[in-house]
Design a protein. Structure first.
Length: 216
């Protein structure tokens, strides 16, 4: 292999950013992709300062009812946790639209950065909503601490985050991670080339081309 052929971080930044690397500073957002798939990225288990989850979820669900998507994808791969109940309006709405899961058209994307309350949400999506999990093993155990809070140290002003509740979400044993139904971890080569193997796996499951999901 020629020197430097592995590529550099600068090369990766120059590649077109896949959806999971877009708008990462927002708590949550969604878009419609070609061909008519709703992609929703959930980055923090916190209400948006200008757009609470209740109103956000209502828009998402209204869009689902109006457009009858080919599939719905909830991306939790960058979510390190917070308050596990924030997403409840969305989960309840998706549960009421059970035809999505029953037809194999509801997906949740997970990975090593899916942690704490976000991991609890992924478990709910799988067990209560019937979502198909795609991606890599989570960074935390299904049974673990969540419901994080923060405080500032009085002298340094540094912010400290701590958990307030232990969740036993997996009564059958104590696995190290929540593992996906369809493994599709992101490799360095994928990152460098701007590919998203999880979305490619979803596309394959739906009978679409690997690069099908492009933002409209």
């Amino acid at each position: 292999m020629a020197a430097g052929s592995e590529g550099t971080f600068a090369d990766a930044l120059a590649a077109p950013a896949p959806l999971y690397r877009q708008r990462t500073q927002e708590n949550y957002w969604y878009t419609w992709t070609e061909p008519d798939v709703l992609y929703l990225q959930y980055n923090r288990c916190q209400d948006g300062p200008l757009d609470p989850m209740a109103s956000f979820a209502r828009r998402v669900l209204d869009d689902i009812d109006r457009r009858a998507p080919r599939a719905v994808i909830v991306d939790l791969r960058a979510n390190g946790g917070g308050n596990s109940s924030v997403i409840d309006p969305l989960l309840q709405g998706l549960r009421a639209r059970s035809y999505l899961a029953q037809s194999g058209r509801l997906f949740a994307l997970i990975g090593a950065s899916t942690f704490s309350s976000a991991l609890m949400n992924a478990i709910s999506l799988k067990r209560e909503n019937g979502a198909i999990l795609v991606g890599g093993p989570t960074g935390g155990k299904p049974n673990g601490y969540g419901e994080t809070r923060t405080f500032a140290l009085p002298n340094s002003g540094l912010s400290v985050t701590y958990s307030t509740k232990f969740f036993r979400s997996w009564p059958d044993g104590d696995p190290e991670s929540l593992v996906p139904d369809i493994p599709a971890p992101v490799s360095w080569a994928d990152y460098r080339e701007g590919r998203d193997p999880a979305l490619a796996a979803v596309a394959q499951r739906l009978g679409l081309a690997p690069g099908a999901f492009q933002a409209k």
